[in-house]
Design a protein around this ligand. Structure first.
Ligand code: PLP
Length: 424
């Protein structure tokens, strides 16, 4: 289904599933949770950092703890078998959600960051050679950028950063110019968490493959907000985090093509990831468990399945359409202020808008917005080199999800206007 044909979301009904959206704030923040001083409604526009969790996800995790909490893969007893079934189903559901039907290709990690570290340590230390290069972009999140930087320092390889143009889009000519036959990996973010830019990840992957290089796409902002098909992209590796897509913290996914994961050494070692341990040496479990050492995030996997069920019930085309509508609305309203600079492209963007209000530090603006109940991100959003290029110390980012409304963006605009007047 094309995104523009997708049905509009029933946001009122969706919001009923998220009790936290009823929260008021404004009182004591030194102890977690509501208190007597809380009197301001919450307008939560920090979804690119972490999204909220619907009742269905919390209930699925509660049922796990109340009814079949147990370790997986170890017990013959009933609870362990039930937990194992649920845990493996989570691999399958997460795989289907991004377009693979192979459980072997879906490795649970702690988050996107760990997925990058996993590949940097396993593939990088065993296969990247001195003199080779990794091509990535100026708009990468530190999760990928620092992983590649550290790896290349260790291996005597070079990291190349593809430039962005004045609109905040990737300069594809520069990408083509940087990828050569010494390129071992091309790594790009699918949707930039700062610029909102949606990168042409299939084309990027094709360019990598033309030169015999691998591709690793950072899907942390894409998988929660749009349909993703790793097979159509032909990515070799792809990563995302549960906590940005209505799921719990503590679980993420590394997708990798089976034959590539097969040939990599393990990342962390210990229990669960071994087939046979002898004093003389050890052999490894099959995929994906070879990369899942120790007790895995079982409750979190159950929660991730429930989050995927929730998103699929709504439909990812409809989620994307809603995101795009809110981003366009926020972009238009913010650009009505002459003293606001917005970063990233005007069109074809993900559901977030980063900006600066002339003369006001993002932290001050964010603090004033918090007084209005508006939760946004202020800082460098883990893209410091990108902020250096934009020549700004920080920015304010409003990011939207399926439960957000235009009325909440109006609250953001009111708060921004208050800050303008205050600092005028
Ligand atoms: N990549 C992108 C594009 C992100 O936006 C984020 C988080 O903000 C990450 C990677 C890291 O995600 P996590 O903190 O869940 O590892």
């Amino acid at each position: 289904m094309a995104t523009h044909d997708a049905p509009a979301l029933d946001v009122d009904a969706i919001r009923e599933d998220f009790p936290i959206l009823e929260r008021k704030i404004g009182g004591d923040v030194t102890t977690p949770g509501p208190d007597e001083g809380d009197d301001t409604p919450l307008y939560y526009l920090d979804n690119a950092a972490t999204s909220h969790t619907p009742k269905q996800v919390v209930e699925a995790m509660t049922e796990y703890y109340y009814q079949y909490n147990s370790n997986v893969h170890r017990g013959i007893h009933s609870l362990s078998q039930e937990a194992s079934v649920a845990y493996e189903e989570a691999h399958d559901r997460a795989g289907e959600f991004i377009g693979t039907d192979k459980r072997e290709e879906v490795v649970f990690t702690k988050n996107t960051t760990e997925a990058f570290n996993l590949i940097a340590y396993t593939w990088g230390l065993s296969q990247l050679e001195a003199g080779q290069n990794i091509v990535t972009t100026q708009m990468e999140h530190h999760a990928s950028l620092v992983s590649w930087q550290q790896l290349c320092e260790k291996q005597g390889a070079e990291v190349r950063y593809v430039e962005i143009d004045d609109d905040g889009r990737l300069d594809m000519e520069d990408l083509r110019a940087n990828v050569d036959d010494d390129t071992a990996m091309v790594s790009a973010v699918h949707v930039s968490n700062t610029l909102g830019t949606v990168n042409p990840v299939s084309e990027i992957t094709d360019i990598a493959h033309e030169h015999g290089a691998l591709s690793f796409i950072d899907g942390a902002q894409a998988v929660p907000t749009r349909p993703v098909d790793v097979k159509a992209i032909d990515a070799d590796f792809y990563a995302f985090s549960g906590h940005k897509m209505l799921g719990p913290t503590g679980i993420g996914v590394l997708y990798g093509k089976e034959h590539l994961l097969e040939e990599l050494p393990p990342f962390l070692v210990g229990g669960s990831m071994i087939r046979r341990v002898k004093f003389e040496g050890t052999t490894w479990e099959d995929l994906p468990w070879k990369f899942e050492a120790g007790t895995p995030p079982i409750a979190e996997a159950v929660g991730l399945t429930a989050a995927i069920d929730y998103l699929e019930d709504i439909g990812m085309e409809a989620v994307q359409r809603h995101e795009e509508k809110l981003a366009a609305y926020a972009y238009d309203r913010l650009s009505a202020f002459e003293d606001i600079e917005i970063y990233g492209p005007k069109t074809d963007r993900g559901g977030l808008v980063s900006f600066n209000l002339g003369g006001v530090h993002a932290h001050d603006l964010s603090s004033i917005l918090d007084d209005h109940g508006v939760a946004v991100r202020a800082g460098d959003h883990c893209t410091q080199p990108l902020h250096d290029i934009l020549d700004i110390p920080a920015s304010t980012r409003a990011s939207f999800y399926l439960y957000n409304t235009e009325a909440e963006i109006d609250e953001l605009i009111d708060g921004v206007d208050t800050a303008r007047k205050l600092f005028a």
